[in-house]
Design a protein around this ligand. Sequence first.
Ligand SMILES: [Zn+2]
Length: 275
Amino acid sequence: MGMADSPGAFDAHFHLNPGEQGKNAIKRFIASGGSGINLVNLPDYTTGYEGYYEKRYEITLKLASMARESGLNVSVTLGPYPLDYFFWEKGGYNAREMMMEGVDLAGKYCQNKEAAAIGEIGRPHFPVDEKVTEESNQIIERSLQISKEIGCAVVLHTEDLDASGIEGVYSMALHAGADIRKVVKHHASPGQNHIFPKLSRSILASRSNVRFAVQENTWNFMLESDYVDDPSKPDKVIPPDSVPKRAIMIREQFSNHEEIIASIFQDLPDYVFFS
Ligand SMILES: [Zn+2]
């Protein structure tokens, strides 16, 4: 079976900024065999407070059009980034209220089919006051409710989760009545795919992560570069062509590569972001 018969690589968590660097990142991604991305909204606090989410989401949607014009299959994820909490707090705003508005606006774009997911929403990835955790959990709950109402996906950014942490977000999704397979733990640790396996995950596409995750034989994960398109750190978090390069690695190293590739680059992305 040739390359043309199998799906191209799909990166489940990719960011872009306007400008040449992002365009070049897309070119590198395509040149290595990438065929699709889930484009996730990026915070930029130089945008200012007025109409913050409207402005950020419109920029992300424009970048999605640019990526589609390059030939990629693109889904869009919009939502308040967990650290926006401190941006709003610093400006004297009610952070919870502003972020709830950001969630509701993202839900409207999902309802109009301009976006496929609310995210990346969740909790800061470092220890914070109890109040911040509590209100961040309310943001997650609201996003999961919208997911139940309109069938969109939710992309979660949280601290690293152990088994009880995974159970925590699984329970929240269950309680909200959301389709748990449409809830994606971003930056998931490999080796945990068997824990509450109905929850979907996206795993950073380093070589060791990919080997580890594939060997678990639990097909509930996608791969991500979490490329952030930051001019001062050009290949952060990992280079933009990492996911297609791991697809090549999978073809070379696993005899059941057709099954693996169909699952992580087609079946799960289609279910989560394109259905
Ligand atoms: Zn991200």
